[in-house]
Design a protein around this ligand. Structure first.
Ligand SMILES: Cc1cc2nc3c(=O)[nH]c(=O)nc-3n(C[C@H](O)[C@H](O)[C@H](O)COP(=O)(O)O)c2cc1C
Length: 199
């Protein structure tokens, strides 16, 4: 995998059916539409719990996870808000990473929470840790409340329209910052003669 064009999506919820993972799925879908990118995924809940909790750096699954992060140019981290911060599951992974694990990388943080009250958790709790891991650029995060990621009839979580718009913007910014792709959705330029103004 080329580090030049690779994005790693990290899912930090312990739940299999997960709203924060639905944000990640949505980002994954948008990246796939752009083409030319290698998109990899790390579901922390699938890593061995004992190796994470006891910080067994040499465990093959931890070594593999660290290598996945090392290969990526851009990292998207999704977490539920737990007790006004990010999940403990995400914390135990961050704790076993090398001190400069995010060096040269652009990071997009995503979170879901039961209410808007803890929307700043991305900034006051997660951002300093990402900074400590030497991230090159931490983009403004996207926070969604549970009501903005409703459950569909088939019990899957779906990103609502207002969050979809914010994820559109966030992905464009991520691509522009990480890979120097233009931060537009690819519209053709409009000639001045076709511009209509209303005053
Ligand atoms: C143990 C626990 C603690 C939680 N703490 C908070 C909290 O402090 N603030 C908040 O807004 N939501 C809190 N929630 C709600 C979750 O953040 C919310 O439902 C989130 O969307 C779950 O994401 P997930 O489905 O990806 O796990 C908590 C949920 C659990 C299970």
């Amino acid at each position: 995998m080329s580090a030049q064009q690779s994005v790693l999506l990290i899912a930090g919820s312990p739940s299999e059916q997960s709203r924060s993972s639905a944000l990640l799925d949505s980002v994954s879908h948008r990246l796939a539409l752009r083409g030319g990118l290698v998109v990899d995924r790390l579901n922390i809940r699938e890593l061995p719990a004992q190796a994470l909790l006891l910080a067994e750096w040499g465990h093959p699954a931890i070594v593999k996870a660290i290598a996945q992060i090392a290969r990526a140019r851009a990292v998207v981290v999704a977490t539920p808000v737990y007790k006004a911060a990010y999940s403990g599951l995400l914390k135990v992974l961050l704790d076993v990473l090398p001190q400069t694990a995010l060096k040269e990388k652009t990071v997009l943080p995503l979170a879901t929470g039961g209410s808007p009250h803890h929307m700043l958790a991305l900034d006051y709790a997660l951002r300093p840790v990402l900074q400590a891991l030497a991230a090159r650029h931490i983009l403004p995060g996207v926070y969604a409340t549970d009501s903005q990621v409703p459950q569909s009839a088939d019990k899957r979580y779906e990103v609502g329209p207002d969050i979809a718009v914010r994820l559109d913007d966030a992905v464009l910014t991520l691509l522009a910052e990480s890979f120097r792709q233009p931060a537009t959705a690819g519209f053709e330029p409009v000639h001045f003669s076709r511009v209509r103004c209303s005053v």
